[in-house]
Design a protein around this ligand. Structure first.
Ligand code: NAG
Ligand code: NAG
Length: 405
């Protein structure tokens, strides 16, 4: 019962509780967290002797994104795109064992994206993030505005004409949407390595989404619409501070955060999610998105269509049809490799198979099921040595080299 209702109740209750704790609670909470949890991305990378730069990218619709670079100025650029309610930090919090470190060691010029609304990109040229207008976006806008803005910026800075991408979870979804709606981007993207790909979510662990099965699409949207078009899981809310404090509390913290949240959400893999790592991980995650983004994901689960946002009656005016149009996966023009884990509760093999079948077969370069039984959703980014070296990096190295033309 606990597991079944924990995540949805957590997400929804955050809307209400964040006002109830004061900032004093927050600073006490932060004091419990290990240093690597409190460091900002570049501070963390610098601490472990990696160079790091901050850059600002402004999207066509005015969002200000902060992206990071672990520079090797004359080498090939690789762009890393994080997933749902996550950030650039996810690629670096394993420090010397992380993908960011590994790519840099292997002489790539590493760029790390941050999507609108997360803790690094909570800014806009005119809109105020404390006002709901700022939060009127889902992954659709991230795909059509944020990803192109970041890629154009990187190509301009490096003088290269094309780059390679590694994306995780909802980060992969952005590339299917972009590819379907703006095929011109095949001129700028050589290849996308898709960790834990997300398009369909029919087989995602249903226990995570009781509201979805309960209410179905339109009703669910109405209910969540009522709660608000606001922000969810904001990084600096006092409630998140308290949750982070709880995660740092030894065995109790490990039970609550490791077993209660991480295992339920991502699939159990204790060998790669050891107690010492959790307070650091949960100090950098989750870090905010919009309620509309969560609702759009829920609509995909409920309708079983990989489609644009469902506005109900407003669909006629917006799209000229009763149902929102689907994203045509067969139009995705750039090469992709799909990586899946057998123990992944969100990106299930059945759903990835369906995605694969709908993509143009010519663009699917590799389909790789990680040969480790417990490989889960988050091991792709938080996994540790020697697992990541043996199961992931060796394979990634081959793909990056094949596409280095
Ligand atoms: C990267 O290089 C550093 C310094 O030599 C080393 O400590 C670290 O283990 C390496 N990490 C990876 C993932 O290659
Ligand atoms: C995809 O990869 C194939 C070879 O594997 C290559 O011929 C083709 O040009 C690539 N497509 C794009 C859009 O880069």
């Amino acid at each position: 019962m606990f597991a079944r209702y924990f995540i949805p109740v957590l997400v929804i209750s955050l809307q209400y509780v964040k006002a109830e704790y004061s900032l004093d609670d927050l600073s006490t909470a932060l004091a419990n967290i290990p240093e690597d949890g409190r460091l900002e991305f570049c501070e963390l990378m610098n601490k472990y002797n990696y160079p790091c730069e901050r850059h600002e990218v402004i999207t066509k619709d005015g969002y200000i994104l902060r992206i990071f670079r672990i520079p090797r100025y004359t080498e090939e650029a690789v762009f890393l795109q994080h997933g749902f309610i996550d950030s650039s930090d996810t690629w670096g919090i394993r420090r010397h064992e992380s993908l960011a470190a590994w790519l840099y060691n292997n002489t790539y010029d590493v760029w790390l994206g941050n999507i609108r609304g997360n803790m690094h990109s909570r800014a806009h040229v005119t809109l105020d993030p404390d006002h709901s207008d700022f939060w009127d976006f889902s992954f659709h806008e991230m795909a059509i505005y944020d990803v192109p803005a970041m890629i154009d910026f990187i190509l301009e800075q490096t003088g290269q004409t094309k780059l390679q991408v590694i994306a995780h979870s909802q980060g992969t979804q952005l590339f299917y949407v972009l590819g379907a709606l703006n095929p011109g981007y095949s001129a700028k993207i050589k290849h996308v390595i898709c960790y834990a790909p997300i398009a369909y979510l029919k087989h995602a662990e249903q226990q995570l989404f009781p509201l979805v099965s309960l209410a179905g699409g339109p009703l669910l949207s109405a209910a969540l619409g009522y709660i608000g078009r606001g922000e969810i899981l904001r990084d600096s809310s006092a409630f998140m501070g308290l949750m982070r404090k709880a995660c740092a509390l030894g065995l109790v913290g490990y039970t609550a955060c490791g077993l209660g949240v991480a295992s339920v959400m991502f699939g159990p893999d204790p060998a790669q999610l050891e107690p010492e790592f959790l307070p650091i991980a949960f100090a950098h995650y989750p870090c905010g998105s919009s309620m509309k983004n969560a609702v759009h994901l829920a609509q995909i689960i409920a309708s079983d269509r990989f489609a644009q946002y469902d506005y109900g009656l407003e669909n006629f005016r917006r799209y000229g049809s009763l149902q929102p149009p689907v994203y045509d996966l067969s139009k995705v023009p750039f090469n992709v490799s799909l990586y899946v884990g057998k123990n992944d509760r969100l990106s299930a093999i059945e759903d990835v198979d369906r995605l694969r079948a709908e993509l143009n077969p010519e663009v699917v370069q590799e389909y790789y099921v990680i040969p480790y039984e417990k490989w889960n959703h988050i091991d792709f980014v938080w996994g540790k040595s020697p697992y990541v070296d043996d199961y992931l990096f060796v394979h990634v190295k081959k793909i990056l080299q094949n596409n280095n033309y």
